[in-house]
Design a protein around this ligand. Structure first.
Ligand code: DX5
Ligand code: ZN
Length: 219
């Protein structure tokens, strides 16, 4: 099985100084940073764009930038996030655009790629791409905001995606995002999840090092 990974979501940090948020992550042996890109159309919120990613990249070249595009037309923006230095770009299957072609574009730039499923989107929606992705992200809240509550109905979907991975000898990471804390992470881990996005639970944790250890050390 893949090593457990925590991907702190910088959306939950203080946006008046994302540099501080980055330094909080850098102060711990964390390898991934989750960057939530929102367009105010696909999701009812706006976050930040390619320049923010590029400037964070300038400040840190070693963190793995796990970039989650919550956009109506991700195909029109992938080049900007490739140029900004994203390491992995994950794109939602729900909007109407050529998902396969966009995944190819990301891979042709030498980056990792993933597909994202909203809570109501069945696991089967990932099947056409399952051999081509490095990661499948299952939203465990309706995307748009941090601090929401975990949707338990997503657990069977996680189990299915994990069993497909085993049956077909695939090695994509299975990532969850939204309402992840130590309790909900344990529920997800029982279904085969190996990659955990945490915004609020990480940045508001009384002991972030203990939180990291509980997430990544549970193996
Ligand atoms: C929601 C984002 C999540 C969110 C997670 O649209 O995709 O990454 O920032 O925040 P928490 O961990 O606070 O639910
Ligand atoms: Zn996210």
């Amino acid at each position: 099985p893949l090593p457990f990974r925590l991907a702190p979501s910088i959306l939950a940090a203080d946006h008046s100084s994302l540099k501080n948020g980055l330094e909080i992550v850098e102060s711990l042996p964390i390898e991934w940073l989750h960057l939530d890109i929102m367009d105010g159309h696909f999701v009812p919120n706006l976050s930040f764009g390619p320049q923010t990613v590029a400037d964070l990249r300038k400040r840190n070249s070693s963190l793995f930038f796990d970039t989650h595009l919550m956009l109506d037309n991700p195909d029109k923006h992938v080049d900007a996030f490739i140029d900004a230095g994203a390491d992995l770009i994950s794109i939602h299957v729900e909007p109407d655009y050529d998902v396969a072609q966009t995944l190819d574009r990301i891979k042709s730039a030498g980056r990792s790629c993933g597909v994202v499923l909203n809570p109501a989107t069945p696991a089967e929606a990932a099947l056409p791409f399952i051999k081509d992705v490095d990661l499948i992200l299952v939203m465990t809240v309706w995307p748009g905001f941090g601090g929401q509550s975990f949707i338990e109905d997503t657990l069977p979907k996680l189990n299915l995606l994990h069993s497909w991975r085993m049956e077909r000898g695939l090695a994509y990471r299975l990532e969850v995002d939204g309402g992840i804390n130590l309790e909900t992470a344990a529920l997800c881990r029982d279904q085969g999840v190996d990659t955990f996005v945490a915004g609020t639970a990480f940045f508001k944790a009384p002991d972030r090092a203990a939180f990291l250890k509980a997430i990544e050390g549970a193996g």
